[in-house]
Structure formats: C-alpha cells, structure tokens
Ligand binder design. Sequence first.
Ligand SMILES: Nc1nc2c(c(=O)[nH]1)N[C@H]1C(S)=C(S)[C@@H](COP(=O)(O)OP(=O)(O)OC[C@H]3O[C@@H](n4cnc5c(=O)[nH]c(N)nc54)[C@H](O)[C@@H]3O)O[C@H]1N2
Ligand SMILES: Nc1nc2c(c(=O)[nH]1)N[C@H]1C(S)=C(S)[C@@H](COP(=O)(O)OP(=O)(O)OC[C@H]3O[C@@H](n4cnc5c(=O)[nH]c(N)nc54)[C@H](O)[C@@H]3O)O[C@H]1N2
Ligand code: SF4
Ligand SMILES: [Mo]
Length: 746
Amino acid sequence: MSKNIDLEQEGIEVKKSACYFCHQNCGVLAYVKDGKVLDIEGDPEFPTNQGGLCCRGNIALDHLDHPARINYPLKRVGKRGEGKWEQIPWDQAIQEIGVKISKIRDEFGAEAVATAGGTQRTDDWARRRFMNQFGSPNGFHNSHLCWIPTFMVETAIYGWCPFELDMGNSRCLVLWGQNPGAAGMPEMHHISALQAKGMKVIVIDPRFSETAAKADLWLPLRPGSDLALALAWINVIIYDGLFDQEFVANSCEGFGELADHVEEFTPEWAAPLTWLTPEQIREGAYMYAMNKPGNIQWGTSVDQIGKPAGSTMHARAILRAITGNLDVPGADLLTGPSPDFITDEEMEANDQLSELQKTKQIGSERFKLVTWPGYSRIAEETRKVWGKAPTAEWMCEAHPPSVFRAILTEKPYPVKALLVNATNPINSYGETKLVMEALQAVDFMVTCDYWMTPTASLSDYVLPVAGALERPTITSTYGCSDFLLASQRAIQPMYERRNDYNFWRDLGMAVGQKDQWPWETVEDAYYHRIAPLGYDVSSYDEFVDRYRFHFPEREYSKYERQGFATPSGKVELYSTVLKDLGYPPLPPYIGPTENEVDHPVLAKEFPLVLTTGGGFMPYHHSEHFQIKDLRFLKHEPYMDINPATAAELSIEEGDWVWIETKRGRIKQKANLTQGIHPRVVYTQRGWWYPEREINMPELGGCLESNANILTSSADEDCDPYSGAWANRGLLCKVYKVEASDLKGEN
Ligand SMILES: Nc1nc2c(c(=O)[nH]1)N[C@H]1C(S)=C(S)[C@@H](COP(=O)(O)OP(=O)(O)OC[C@H]3O[C@@H](n4cnc5c(=O)[nH]c(N)nc54)[C@H](O)[C@@H]3O)O[C@H]1N2
Ligand SMILES: Nc1nc2c(c(=O)[nH]1)N[C@H]1C(S)=C(S)[C@@H](COP(=O)(O)OP(=O)(O)OC[C@H]3O[C@@H](n4cnc5c(=O)[nH]c(N)nc54)[C@H](O)[C@@H]3O)O[C@H]1N2
Ligand code: SF4
Ligand SMILES: [Mo]
C-alpha cells in the first residue's frame, strides 16, 4: 500500500493476518476497506519474515478470489467422479452428512467413520474434539511423513522434542535432510546471516540443494542410508572421546550399553552403505561435536525413509544427547508445552473417547509409537514433568495405509465413511494406486477444500472453506510449542465459505454434541485459550491488535530443576519406553527400505536409487498449480538425473522420461545436473494439472507425474515404530518416453 495514503482518512483498516501457504506462517498486513482486502504486505514486526513475503505469499489476493475456488457447498448428483453437482445450503449439507454418518455409526460402530488430514493448516484440535465425542479413534493425517514420528521417538528418549533451536547462539548447524533454501526461506535468511558470523553449516542431502550450495560441509549420502551415517557419527564421537563427559555422566542412562552397541559401526563400515568416504563421515562428526554448542535441525527426510526411520530418529537423538547439545544456550531446546495458555491437547476432549474405542484404532497393534499404546505411555511421562501431554490429534493417529486397506478389505473391520479436510490424499499420501482404489470404494466421502482437487472430485459432498485472510489463526507447531503467534481475520469469509472450525462444530451439533461446543466462533475459542495468559484484553481480536505474540521467558537447562520426562528422569539413550512398547532399546542397523544389498534381484531390474519430494518453489505439495503467476515459474514437472547416467540412457535435457518402481511409473522431464550422484534420481512431488478435465477418468492428470505412484506403503516397508511409509531410498529405473506416448505434449 502506498505510503502516501492517509489510511484513516480513506477508511482503510490494517488487519494483522498471516500467510498459511507454508509452515513459516509469515506475518501479513492486510489493508481492508468495506469488507474487501485492497492489498497485502509482509508484516515488518513479525519475528520470522520481518516484512518479506515469498512469491506464494504475494499471490494471496489471487488465491482469495480465484475463479476456480469452490464458493458454495456441493452435493454429488451424478455418478461418483462424473462432475455433476447440485449447489445446496450449508445447513442442508451438514444435516445430511450428520444423518449419514450417524447411520453408519449405528450399523457398523463409530470406528467406521474416519477422517483424513494433511499437514497442519487449520484447527485440527476441533476435528479431534469432534471425533472423540463421536466415538471414533480413526482420525489420521499424512503427518507420519512430517515430524510426528520424530516428535514421539525424541520424547521417548528425553521427554520432549527439541524443535526450537537456539540458533542465534549456535556454532554449528546440521541440516539433516532439510533444505530451507527452497522449503523454508525466512529460516534460510537467518542461517545465512549466522553463517556470516561464523556458524558452521553441515548439509546431509543426496542432492546439491539450494542449501547444500551454501554449506561448509555437504555430505551427499545414498538416499535412505541416514542410519548408517548416524551410527558411524556416534561411533566416532564415543571412540574418539568427543562426547560431553559431564552431561553423559550426570544426565544419561545406558551409555555403556550404547558404546558396546556402536563399536562395530565405524566410518569404514558405513562408507559403502552411505556412498561417502570414511574421511567425509569423520569430518562431519568432528565438525558437529567440536563446534559447540550446536544444533541438528529437523528435516522431513528421515521421517520418509520407511523401514529404518524410527531407528534413525533414535540415533539422531542420541547424537544430541552425547554431545550435550540439549537445552543449553545455543543448542536444541526442550521447551515443553505451554504451561500458560490452553494447548491444542486441552481442547481435544481426549477423555471422552472410551478405552474400548481406543483399542480399535487401526494399525495400533503393529505400529505402536504414534497410536494409543505409545501415546498413552509417553503422555503419562510428559504429564509427570510438564503437567501436560502432546497434541493427540497429531501424535496419536490411525495408520493411514491400514485405513485405506480396511476400506478395501473390511479388515480388521469395515470403514464406510471418510471425512477429508485440508488434504489431497491422491497426490500426497503414499502409493497412490492404493489411495485411489480406497477413495473410489469408500461408501461415503466428504471433502472440505478451497479447490476441486482430484480427491474432492471423487466426493459425495464438497464444502468450501475460508482461507487465511478470512479467518483468525493461532500458530504453535502442531500445538506443541510454548509460544504462540496470533493473527486475526482480515475479512469475513467470502461467498458461502466457512471456517474448518465451524464445519466440525456444526457437524458435532448435528450428531448430538450440542453441549460440547460452547464457542460459537473460532475467535471465542481462541479467547478461551489465551485467557489464562492474563492479558488485559476483552477479546481475541484485541489481543492480536495489541500484542499479536506470546513468548514465555526462556529458561535453559530445565532438566537440572525437574529432570527429563522419562521413566528414569534422565536421557534414556537405552530407551525403556521403546523397550516396553516392544522395540529395540538401542537403535539397530536397518538398511534402506529397498537396497542393492538386501534386494539384489529387485536392484537388477531397478538399478537406480530414487528419492521423491523435497519442497520446491513455487509450490506447496499439490497446491497452487492453478495460480497462473506461479505456474508460469515452473510449468512442468522435472526430475534430476546425472548427465553420465542420462547419456547411458540416451536421455537429453528436457526429454520426457518414465520413472518406474515396482509399483508403477510416472512421467517427468529430465533435468541433467552434476548435483546428483550418477546412481540417484530425484523427482518433484505434488504434480497434477488443474487445467485438464477434473472428472473421472482424467482427474486433473493426477496419475501422470505424481511421485506417489512410485512410493511404498506396504506394511513391511513402513517404519515398524510409527508406520511411516517410504518415499525416499527406493529402487527405480528410468527410460525415455516414446514419441507415441507424448500425445502432443512437448
Ligand atoms: N512422495 C512424497 N510425498 C509426500 C512428501 C514428499 O516429500 N514426497 N511430503 C509429505 C509431507 S512433508 C506432507 S506435510 C504431506 C502434505 O500433504 P497434504 O497436506 O495433503 O498436501 P496437499 O497435497 O497440498 O493438500 C492440501 C490440501 O488442503 C487444502 N487446504 C489448504 N489449506 C486448507 C485449510 O486451511 N483448510 C482446508 N479444509 N483445506 C486446506 C489445499 O487446497 C490442498 O488441496 O505430503 C507428504 N507427501
Ligand atoms: N516450496 C515448498 N516449501 C515447503 C513445502 C513445499 O511443499 N514446498 N512443504 C512444507 C512442509 S509440509 C515441510 S514438512 C517442509 C519440508 O522441508 P524439509 O524438511 O527441508 O524437507 P524436504 O524439502 O522435503 O527435503 C529436504 C531435502 O532432503 C533431501 N533428501 C531426499 N532424500 C533424502 C534422504 O534419503 N536422506 C537425506 N538426508 N536427505 C534426503 C532432498 O534432496 C531435499 O533437498 O517444507 C515446507 N516448505
Ligand atoms: S508461502 Fe512464503 S510468504 Fe507464505 S508463509 Fe511460506 S514463506 Fe511465508
Ligand atoms: Mo510436511
């Protein structure tokens, strides 16, 4: 907005909003007149973006009133996926959905109704509150791929997950499978500034990513081999005497057992498994252990390597502990949940779900960490020390691939309804063919989204939701941080869009939860949540206007006062919680989900190693492909391949190629780059083509270039601890698309 305008005189209000197009949740100022947003800009007072917005944030007004947005509730009138819809009033939609799911509950039990979510976008505690009272334990997200297993493994080992880094005081930052250069740009900005002040940066990434390009040390490991590297680092740090003797002696349990356990995991052992040299491995271990204090920043890669994921998380947690890089200035901080405001977990009404229903949670008998067995065990410990439990909506979920299979097989029991909210499973969950079959087979499906996505188009009802400018938001890291960032709605929802909160509340009221939703608006609910903070405000909106943030005072080394939230009160390198749940108490070596050593026959047919995903600009997963100004920046999907490998396969820059695993094949264009190992290929994720026909069978071209056709969610490929499935470190082959298969594309 031009600085020369007198806002007051022009009747323009400035609203403190936020961008919700990625998890940086940058602060936004929205200039509003007569209920319309005239302009937006980055909020200069916001701690993370400090006034900046990326290209996605900058198109918020396009997104707000894009012609392809869904603005009215739609009810299917034709065959599923045929694209015949009737526009109906919200109240009718809610009433009909309520009747349908109540009928399913009467006939098959509440557990026959499941909900699917994606990455954190909205008030998911409200979904949980609805499900708990409805009686179903089968809410899930694909957050199995995104930090949740990490959170639970780390909380088992040292009583909370150190997701807040004290980077300003750090001397070494390890970016383990993380690429803020494309996936978290405000963070990258801070990293570059700190590097200039002397902080060392280690990037562990098979690709020469935007961030690897800036690193002091880049470790280009074989995708999925992170565990071998982590074990070898532990070996070096212990056997070369680089560990923090005082912290280990005073605060850790099981160091002797750990030392014995890792004796064989030398850099020489790890080198052929990781495709790094022993020298590279040692250099990394020394750089991290000798430049203290240091951080290991979470990256989503380890959550996505399938079989070895849980063990790798355990090994990574051990690295922090034995170097003493826990909860001290400059290290990874154990902040715990907020003692002050009402957390997501406290809004979820978890005590309303009966013990019997908890036992029915799908997948909980096999994958115990992120389901009721592990969650209850871990929550019991965190309550003793922190007084509170982690958010159950994220940390205690049904196992998504098992729910999809239950829809198809009726085992362990029938699942008849799926309420999809803030996710596009066809693109973002593993093994698209399984997901597609399940979505086509489920008796009843409702989707709440901004757009007619491939998933929405298969639904019985599609409901229009309000976006970030049309609703208030509280950001607090999957409901687990001790601080909050608050924003207000710039305008009331346009057309007949509604908040996700109101969807769950209204549906709850329609199925008999009348007394359980005292907060009519989401602002009322937020005001209730912040009330214990004691600010002198009479509404949530006033809180945002006057304060906007709540940051508690930082206290280091809290463990000296209260111990760690584990059974022994110490860091349990040898984890009794994992052991009680039936998992190894020390991290065993497990090879990449598919690899040349354990699967030689498969490797013969599929000789290359695949990694999928990695956030790339300008998209966020399967979002924003409709927005012309963004699509213009990356019009077509690209995969990275080394020029030497491409030459062997007669592939040239820009050729369309097939990438194939034993589960299927997709088409992307070849980007020839030296920044990737000759035996590795990397595909972009999220791709579909909203400009094409969205109805069956085309479904927006969602089967053509979608990386998840290649990934695996077979039980045996999942992480045994959490059930996280495998997107990275799989075997594949690549070959050129024949001209006859191109159908006029270029
Ligand atoms: N192969 C592979 N697969 C991956 C990954 C990978 O690296 N490789 N990454 C994984 C990761 S880290 C994640 S987090 C997941 C993400 O998975 P998803 O969260 O499912 O991501 P999207 O595909 O973008 O789907 C989000 C949908 O929600 C809608 N939406 C956005 N905001 C809101 C809102 O506030 N309310 C409602 N109701 N709808 C909203 C969007 O329009 C979009 O259609 O994907 C995972 N899938
Ligand atoms: N532009 C953009 N930004 C995003 C998102 C987006 O979709 N687009 N998504 C958001 C979400 S939900 C998340 S979770 C974050 C994720 O952001 P990050 O945690 O940074 O994770 P990714 O970008 O998925 O992957 C990071 C790097 O891991 C590398 N990698 C691939 N396989 C392996 C492996 O086996 N081991 C190791 N060590 N590295 C590997 C990839 O080459 C990639 O450069 O990004 C967020 N930001
Ligand atoms: S999309 Fe861009 S502007 Fe929006 S929150 Fe993410 S980094 Fe910030
Ligand atoms: Mo994510």
